[in-house]
Design a protein around this ligand. Sequence first.
Ligand SMILES: Cc1cc2nc3c(=O)[nH]c(=O)nc-3n(C[C@H](O)[C@H](O)[C@H](O)COP(=O)(O)O)c2cc1C
Length: 342
Amino acid sequence: MTDIRTRKADHIELALQPKHQARCGAGFDRIRFEPNPLPQMSLQDVEFDSYFLDMPIAAPFMIGAMTGGCDNGEIINQHLAEAAQACNIPMSLGSQRAALERGLPQNVRRWAPSAIVLGNLGATQLQQHGVDLAQRAVESVEANALVIHLNPLQELIQPNGDRNWKHVLEAIQHCAEKLNVPVIVKEVGAGIGPNSVKTLMDAGINWIEIAGRGGTNWASIELARNGSEREQEIASPFLDWGMDTIEILPTVHTACPTLNFIGSGGIRNGLDIAICIRLGAKMTALAQPFLAPALISTEAVIERISIFKEQLRWAMFLTGSQKLSDLRKASLQKEVNKGEHG
Ligand SMILES: Cc1cc2nc3c(=O)[nH]c(=O)nc-3n(C[C@H](O)[C@H](O)[C@H](O)COP(=O)(O)O)c2cc1C
């Protein structure tokens, strides 16, 4: 197997192991809704009324970026894409770098002809190969938007990772100017905080996926792959690097209310989705929770989507929120200490 292929296979195997989830937890239990014991509606009245990139979707969450779909990711992507198509839930592809570099077919549109599909490239690939690569990423899968991921800590720990991040912002800005689809910038689990959000907004980015700390821990995954004792010692203080999704969302939403935020990083159920929406997210994304079902079947992914939808419906019902606009105003009990309420 080539480098990128071995890396992807390792990532999938390691991401499934609980020990590579954030040690500190996602902190969603620190935010609680004030229960509304008089919902004054029926559970069936709950409406998700969701749009993403101006298109109607079934619920305000998507399948987060995991694999570009070539090699061992092919079957995973087939199950994810077929489920995305069947449920009208958007799907974010993982990095298309390997497929584009080696001219491999990308079949996602065979399985998801009309679902919203997002392309994906690393920011350092853009810096190295420019807008041409971005255009090929979009065209090769008829992507509805291109996601650019920022992962400087992961690159530092990854053997032979990219350590030159000069001119990355210029590359992103250029891409946003030239592409005829929206550009979404995301992290991979350390979060994008208010200062970086403002920088990206000034560079013309309107959509930001937070991908904060609390879920899949890329420092931990890359450390498990890095056999160098010296590099392990250097990297070990950074195992909890990042900002929690639930801390970032309200801050960036207040700082840049016109920007569109996708809450992600550590979302594990429909109640977490509801919390992100309440904290200012327009949309949410879950990656690792879809990995195990995607290794089984399309039906298993569809069932996971259906459970997340039902949990979101319950959260809305129990806060008396008929629509997402009601959920956005639902009362919270803030910063409840774990266990305080038994
Ligand atoms: C197996 C796996 C592979 C991933 N590959 C990519 C990738 O290629 N591009 C990317 O932008 N993010 C990638 N991610 C990061 C996720 O999209 C997400 O930002 C991160 O895992 C945090 O979300 P989670 O806690 O829901 O997993 C990957 C995640 C997993 C679990």
